[in-house]
Every structure is written in C-alpha cells, then in structure tokens.
Design a protein around this ligand. Structure first.
Ligand code: CMC
Length: 380
C-alpha cells in the first residue's frame, strides 16, 4: 500500500499531553486548563510552576519554588569567561546555543535523566537563559556584567540585567506578560525538536540546545526579528500597503508575522500583545513601528479576506513592536522568545522522559535501488 506522506508532520499526533491545549479555530490557548487570558493576572514564575507541576502554586509553594531557583542565579565563572571570548558580532542565538552546551560542561551531573536531575537542570536553565542573554548583551556593549537580583523576580531581574537599573513596576508587568505568553505552545517546531531529541534519552542540555537552534528559524521564533527588519525596510506607514501588495503579488511571497499552522484566526497571544503595545504606544517615542504594524494588519486582513484565506497575525507580529518600544535590540527578540519558551520545553521534557518512545518517523524513499558501483578511477 502507498504510504501517506504528512508533509511537515501536519495533523500528526505523536503523544498525549497534559500541558497545553490549543483551539486553532476558536483562537483559544490553555496552559494546564487555564485560559491564557486569565493567566496574564499571574506572574511568570507562577506560570512556570503551573507548567511544571500542573497546578498554580499557593503563596508558600511559590516562595519555596523561588528559593529553589536561588542557587542557580550566578553565571558560573568559567561560563562568564567564555562569554567574553566570543567573537564580536556573534549572533545571540548562537551564543545561547553555545551557552547551553557550556552549562552542561560545567555541570557535575549533566547526563542523568531521572526526574529529580531533570527538574534541577530545568531550574538552572529557566534562570540562566535570561542571565546569559542579558549578560552577553552587556559584554558586547563593553559594559560590566551585573550580579543578578533574584528578589526582582524572573521578569524584573531580566530587565535589570539588560538595562542596569531596577525596572519600574509597569515595565516588569509588560515583561512578565511577554514571558508568560511565550512560555508554551504545544508541539511547535522547537518543542517537537526538544522532545524528539530527548526521545533518544540524550541529556537535557543537548535536547534544549537543539530546541534553541530550531527556534532561531524565521518560520518559527526568528519571525519576530524578521517582522522588525521588514518594518525597518518599509520605513513609514504609507509604505506598508505597497509593500504588502508587492510581496503578495510575488510567487510564494510571505509577510512575516502572519500565518500559523494551528490558528486559523488571530492568535490569542497576538491579541494580548497588541493590547500591551497599544498601552506602550501612548507614551513611546517608537510608537511608529506599532502604527505600521496596525496598518499591515489592516491591509493583510483585507487581502486575506478577499482571497478567502485564514492567514492572520501571529504572536511574533506584535511582539516585535512591543520589544522596539521597550528599547530592546532587534537581535535579542528571538533570544527573549527562548528565555520564555525554555520553561515550556522543560515541561515537555518532564513528560517525554516519564513515558518515552523513540521518535523515528519514516521518509518515503523514491530513488533507485541497485545502482552498479563504479570505482573512482573509472567514473567519467
Ligand atoms: N504571508 C503570505 N502567505 C502565507 C503566509 C504569510 N505569512 N503564511 C502562509 N502563507 C500561504 C503560503 O504561501 C501557502 O500558500 P499556497 O497554498 O498558495 O501555496 C499557504 O499559505 C500555506 O502555507 P504553508 O507555509 O504551507 O503553511 P504552514 O502551515 O506550514 O505555515 C507558517 C505556517 C508559520 C510557516 C507560515 O504561515 C509562515 O511562513 N508565516 C511567516 C513566518 C511567521 O510569521 N512565523 C511565525 C509563526 S507563529 C509563532 C512561532 O511559532 O514562532
């Protein structure tokens, strides 16, 4: 019988999960049963706890969780030295992937995948990801790395390490929302890569480094950076409509930040970030990028409706103008996605290691068989 090929594994289920539910037609997203809109009331740390433990923490559980994160805050000295050695211009996503491998090298027990060790490494990575991204940014700007301030929480500490000053509560709220809406999204490409890697029973660091590499691509997490590069190229609100029309007129022309494998309506996370951007734009000198984004959404919705296509803005579309208004360098947009998503990747690794099946799909071979071998000296 001819095998059915599921290009891009579209529509294929590889495992049951209790972590995340997505209603692509209704535009709804649930972490462990909770609607993402309701979770915006929580802190990112509460959401990490929820993803990892299946329930929202009590105050005492949250404090115990924060205390368990404390020993992981400092960047190991040798890793810090290595960050200083990276050549100028190193892409922060390459730094992050290398950083994960460096953390493995300086871990006394990187390889065991029993639940306690996997959770210990998860606690380390959820703290080290923001540390690495922010510290690398300081180092490349010639600034001194800062000691983390764990008392500011995960979102606040990240902003502090990036900007060198204790952030105001409004900025912390924005970063908190950014982190929690990016934290988890089912079997997206990078999470699938993490799970597929872990299914060989490789170690957590190797699975997470693979996931970082997968997130970097412009069809996935790299789209937020691509959105801002596109807006920069266009340069003005007036330039948006001609750009969209020209791009759509080209064969396979794509507008970055639109479309999704699962959502057929506006991504609910996009709505949350559009609301965040609306607030930020009221006082930002960089509001122009958001105005351009709104114009792009207007033109895309009109054109997609005309074509009967369900291609709408996704998470990466509005996150780009949010980051711009927060003053974040464009090449840190995708690393921030990783800072958040590492918590989701870890939740999936807990699940994968607990009920492991090697992931080994098939490719339908369509080449020849039995081609006669010709020694190199006789090949024409
Ligand atoms: N602009 C214009 N046309 C599009 C777009 C777009 N952004 N996205 C999909 N299409 C068209 C595509 O050209 C194809 O048309 P046709 O049927 O005529 O050949 C059709 O829609 C299906 O596209 P596909 O790539 O086969 O579908 P997919 O489910 O693999 O696409 C996607 C998902 C995210 C790769 C795609 O929508 C895309 O490339 N978007 C731009 C990149 C982007 O914003 N990525 C972020 C995704 S969301 C967050 C995340 O996971 O990081």
């Amino acid at each position: 019988m001819e095998p059915t090929i599921h290009h891009g594994l579209a529509g294929v289920y590889v495992a049951p999960t209790d972590i995340c539910g997505i209603d692509g037609e209704g535009g709804r997203l649930f972490y462990r049963g909770y609607d993402i809109n309701d979770l915006t009331e929580a802190t990112y740390a509460e959401v990490v706890y929820l993803l990892w433990h299946g329930v929202l923490p009590t105050q005492a559980q949250l404090e115990a969780f924060r205390a368990d994160l404390l020993p992981h805050y400092p960047i190991p000295d040798k890793v810090m030295e290595l960050l200083h050695c990276l050549p100028e211009g190193t892409d922060p996503m390459h730094m992050l992937q290398a950083g994960v491998a460096m953390l493995a090298a300086f871990d006394d027990n990187p390889d065991e995948v029993d639940p306690d060790n996997v959770r210990r490494i998860g606690r380390s990575l959820v703290v080290q990801f923001p540390n690495l991204v922010a510290t690398y940014d300081r180092i490349r700007k010639g600034k001194e790395p800062l000691e983390p301030k764990s008392e500011l929480g995960l979102a606040g500490n990240f902003l502090y390490l990036l900007n060198g000053e204790v952030p105001n509560p409004a900025a912390v709220r924005v970063m908190n929302t950014v982190l929690l809406v990016h934290a988890e999204h089912g079997s997206n490409a990078s999470t699938f890569v993490a799970r597929a890697s872990a299914s060989t029973l490789t170690d957590v660091y190797s699975a997470i480094a693979a996931a970082v590499g997968s997130l970097k691509g412009p069809l996935h997490g790299g789209a937020n950076e691509a959105v801002m590069r596109t807006l920069e190229k266009i340069g003005s609100v007036e330039g948006v409509e001609p750009y969209v029309m020209d791009t759509l007129a080209k064969p396979k022309g794509r507008i970055m930040g639109f479309g999704h494998r699962v959502y057929k309506v506006l991504d609910p996370r996009g709505i949350i970030l559009r609301n965040v951007a609306t607030e930020l734009a009221k006082e930002s000198s960089e509001a122009k990028w958001f105005e351009m984004s709104l114009e792009m959404e207007r033109v895309m919705n009109r054109e997609m409706d005309k074509r009967g296509r369900q291609i709408r803005a996704n998470l990466d579309f509005f996150s780009a103008s949010v980051y711009r208004m927060l003053g974040i360098p464009v090449d840190l947009y995708t690393p921030i996605f990783a800072v958040a998503r590492v918590s989701g990747w870890m939740a999936h690794l807990f699940e994968q290691y607990a009920d492991n099946h090697l992931m080994r799909p098939l490719l339908k071979y369509q080449g020849e068989r039995g081609t006669p071998f010709v020694p190199i000296a006789e090949r024409g």
